[in-house]
Ligand binder design. Structure first.
Ligand code: PSU
Ligand code: MN
Length: 310
């Protein structure tokens, strides 16, 4: 009888880097499959990987295919994710379902964090995480993932599609530190601030690494949310963002869009309503976050920092 093929398929460079304790940055695939239009999604996915490599760090984009979990994707799988008409959006509840059905699955922040933690990757670059949606009933599985999985997640903050205040409170309750890179204020994804404070300002990746290291050294096993405000020239004004968002939300409500479909729907509507400026902002912040995450991973690797054992 042939041996059971392993559940995890690690790209050779990822396997080698894990073995040698060299830095790796995990990347999600929901942003490729559901967050951005083709072909910009494919271009930015490749760019993020290239930026991470330029820092001497190994990128590991994560997705599900043919009943296995892929960590580090080849060109063919990346293209399928970017072009396919239907890709499952994989959070924690449906990892097993998508594996059993052998469907193509793009991992969200929660799904990607879980895979990263399982294989031993400590740093993850995304665009924006999910949170508490307005109304308070729809709470993204990204939040409990941050509370339970020891991965440092680099994002552009919390977009006001969500209830930013409730999201921030949720993270505080569950002991997830929020760091602001060069800012005291929590960034708002398309905008540079939400008016709410972060837990601590850090100046650069080395500084962020010091705080992440101290959190894990103290024995705390949560994630850490590292937020980076979008560069000034690509940020939307709060007025433009609010106007487009309100219309996008009205359209979603009128169309009966609910649950996991809400975020992708609103992102697509925002792109149309801002004539592509929201997409440009999204691409810029993804590149920024990838570069910063690579530097953070390098500093953590230099100090041989790993989360405390379970
Ligand atoms: N925010 C974005 N782009 C995205 C997402 C969020 O600007 O692509 C994706 C991320 O993968 C995130 C997920 O983890 O949406 C959250 O979905 P939900 O709210 O259904 O948990
Ligand atoms: Mn949800």
């Amino acid at each position: 009888m042939s041996p059971e093929p392993s559940l995890f398929v690690l790209a050779e460079e990822v396997r080698a880097a894990l073995h040698d304790h060299r830095p790796i940055v995990a990347l999600e695939s929901t942003v490729i499959a559901h967050g951005l239009p083709y072909p910009k999604n494919l271009t930015v996915a490749r760019e993020m990987e290239a930026l991470i490599r330029e820092e001497g760090v190994v990128p590991a984009t994560i997705a599900l295919a043919e009943g296995r979990i892929h960590v580090g994707l080849g060109e063919e799988l990346l293209e399928r994710l970017a072009r396919a008409d239907h890709v499952d959006k994989v959070s924690l509840r449906n990892i097993g379902i998508v594996l059993a059905r052998r469907r193509l699955g793009a991992t969200t922040v929660a799904g990607t964090m879980w895979v990263a933690a399982r294989v031993g990757i400590r740093v993850f670059a995304t665009g924006g995480t999910g949170g508490v949606h307005k109304g308070g009933i729809d709470v993204s599985a990204d939040l409990p993932a941050l509370a339970h999985l020891p991965v440092a997640v680099v994002s552009a903050g919390v977009k006001s599609l969500l209830d930013v205040r409730a999201t921030r409170e949720w993270l505080e309750t569950h002991g997830v530190p929020i760091l602001g890179v060069g800012t005291e204020e929590l960034p708002g994804f398309y905008t540079r601030t939400t008016g709410l404070p972060v837990d601590e300002r850090v100046e650069d990746a080395a500084d962020a690494a010091r705080l992440v290291a101290a959190h894990w050294r103290a024995g705390l096993r949560t994630g850490v949310l590292v937020t980076l405000p979008l560069e000034e020239e690509d940020a939307l004004t709060p007025e433009e963002m609010e106007r487009a968002l309100r219309r996008a939300e009205d359209e979603a409500a009128a169309g009966g869009i609910t649950g996991p479909q809400v975020t992708p729907y609103v992102l697509a509507a925002m792109a149309r309503l801002t004539e592509g400026r929201s997409v440009r902002a999204n691409l810029t912040l993804l590149r920024q976050n990838a570069r910063f995450a690579a530097r953070l991973a390098r500093h953590l690797a230099e100090e041989a920092i790993t989360p405390p054992p379970e």
